[in-house]
Design a binder for this molecule. Structure first.
Ligand SMILES: Cc1cc2nc3c(=O)[nH]c(=O)nc-3n(C[C@H](O)[C@H](O)[C@H](O)COP(=O)(O)OP(=O)(O)OC[C@H]3O[C@@H](n4cnc5c(N)ncnc54)[C@H](O)[C@@H]3O)c2cc1C
Length: 497
């Protein structure tokens, strides 16, 4: 006997997104979160990459846009101490929004609970055991300890993941000694800001906008919001950072003094945070009935992309897990979660570790490397390619039955004309169902798809990329082609039958 379909451990962005996607797929998740209320320490302030398109496809992007804090669109992003300038692109190849993690989590929780998810806060998972039929979590709640049983349990419980440890899954990699401290502070008296963004301080004189490297670390200076300075220090620190201990203005001031050798006056803080980088990936994302997603599965040593990778894990996993629980999954479907998302995590690690190498060197050779890299990024094609790598938009999953260029890629948001009027790929994917999009009147293919439980939509598109597209609930094209019924049959059997 099981109590729910899926136990989700952790109510961060990964766990909440997974819960909502499972509900859309008709499964019953239960979210268990050890904190009685949302953590107060500021974490992410940026949401970027492919997940923004996916949120658009689920009808959530307008809500996320409503949370944006900094009015200046982030058309530049740092890549290991080098600036990637995207202002020359009409449509930036890496989309990003300044959104506070706490606000994002509140929006996702509302979405998940609105779809019928139960989120239990103050309930810590302290033990996990599994057998061939089910997995049981031992939970310490406000009224004592109890057990919950489900066919599957997913550890979305962050970088230190107790679930990962209890499942015996290794987490090899490196924790780097550098600690980053960030302060967004009001401009105080006694400090002049020049038109080019440089600042003038009484003790240290003029400090340039951008990166100042010294023998003890890096001082970064910028501004995203008028009247607010963005300051970051990076120093090697042998101790381990505890995310639950709040950063203070004094701690930032001390760090600046160690890096620059003097004081920078700091105004009232708007946001203070600190983080340390690790490059780690779980050896496997599945151990029997226990799965991992988000930071529990991977830690990336760069800013701005971790939530993208974590929430994308959830979207990839949910429909497969629901199909498995509902007894309609083809053989091996759930194992494609590890195959696809472990490879995606490894690719995200590749670019973020390259950033570590670019960022960490302080000698002339390292400066030369950064200069050459910066020069290469003046080339539009190079900037586009790097942006796509960081965004995760260059992922291509292997797809049986189709050699079409679109197969395995994220489906573009085509404008569509149907008998019922104008629509778009984004609208068709809102319910998170598999879709066969017939753009050329191919009833023989539509019938095959209908028989496999796929929603069929006949439509016209101005620039038709293929006659027919078979789209998975996570937005990836499972098959594209014309009259090849055998290819479509193979794809349907692999993903949906
Ligand atoms: C200062 C800072 C700045 C950052 N900036 C960015 C950024 O700009 N962009 C970006 O994309 N990422 C950023 N990150 C990374 C981002 O915060 C993480 O990638 C993200 O929180 C991971 O989400 P998650 O849901 O996988 O895990 P988490 O957010 O860590 O959530 C895990 C949850 O599991 C709970 N939990 C743990 N153990 C148990 C248990 N035994 N039982 C029940 N619940 C449990 C925890 O309390 C927690 O709520 C930043 C991180 C920090 C620290």
């Amino acid at each position: 006997m099981t109590d729910v379909d899926v136990i989700i451990v952790g109510a961060g962005p990964t766990g909440l997104m997974l819960a909502a996607e499972l509900r859309l797929a008709g499964a019953r998740p239960l979210v268990l979160e050890r904190r009685p209320e949302q953590g107060k320490t500021p974490k992410a302030h940026g949401l970027s990459g492919q997940i923004l398109d996916l949120l658009h496809y689920r009808g959530l992007l307008d809500g996320v846009r409503g949370l944006v804090t900094d009015p200046v669109p982030p058309h530049r992003f740092p890549f290991g101490g080098v600036h990637v300038d995207l202002t020359r692109f009409e449509e930036p190849p890496l989309k990003a929004l300044s959104v506070r993690q706490q606000s994002l989590e509140r929006l996702l929780e509302e979405h998940a609970t609105g779809l019928g998810t139960e989120v239990r806060r103050g309930h810590e998972v302290v033990g996990v055991r599994q057998d061939e039929e089910s997995v049981t979590a031992e939970v310490r709640g406000p009224d004592g300890t109890y057990e919950v049983t489900a066919p599957y349990l997913v550890g979305c419980d962050g970088g230190r993941s107790p679930v990962r440890a209890m499942a015996g899954i290794g987490f090899p990699g490196t924790t780097y000694p550098e600690v980053n401290r960030i302060g967004q502070v009001k401009i105080p008296e006694g400090l002049t800001v020049h038109d080019d963004g440089d600042i003038e301080t009484p003790e240290l004189g003029r400090i340039k906008a951008g990166f100042t490297r010294t023998g003890t670390g890096v001082f970064a200076l910028g501004s995203l919001t008028p009247g607010i300075l963005f300051i970051q220090t990076t120093e090697d620190d042998p101790g381990e950072v505890d995310d639950d201990v709040p950063m203070t203005l004094a701690e930032l001031g001390d760090s600046i003094r160690r890096v620059l050798g003097g004081d920078v006056p700091l105004g009232e803080p708007v946001r203070l945070s600190r983080y340390q980088f690790s490059a780690r990936q779980a050896e496997r994302y599945r151990e029997g009935r226990i799965l991992l997603a988000g930071d529990a599965a991977h830690l990336l040593p760069s800013t701005g992309t971790a939530i993208n990778v974590g929430m994308s894990d959830s979207v990839n996993l949910a429909w497969k897990l629901a199909a498995e629980i509902q007894g309609r999954a083809p053989e091996g479907l759930l194992d494609t979660y590890h195959a696809e998302r472990h490879a995606a995590g490894a690719r995200a690690l590749l670019q973020s570790q390259a950033q570590v190498a670019l960022r960490r060197g302080h000698d002339e050779a390292a400066e030369a490397l950064r200069s050459v890299f910066q020069e290469l990024l003046d080339d539009e094609q190079a900037a586009r390619r790097l942006s796509a790598h960081v965004a995760g938009t260059d992922l291509r999953y292997p797809m049986p039955g189709s050699g079409h260029a679109l197969a395995g890629t994220f489906v573009p948001d085509l404008a569509l004309e149907t008998d019922q009027g104008a629509t778009s790929v984004a609208e068709l994917l809102r319910p998170a169902r598999p879709v066969l999009l017939d753009l050329a009147g191919r009833p023989e293919l539509s019938e095959l798809a209908e028989a496999a439980g796929v929603d069929v939509h006949a439509a016209k598109a101005e620039d038709r990329p293929a006659d027919v597209l078979l789209i998975r609930p996570d937005g990836y094209v499972a098959w594209a082609g014309d009259a090849d019924t055998e290819g479509l049959r193979e794809a349907l059997a692999a993903w949906f039958s």
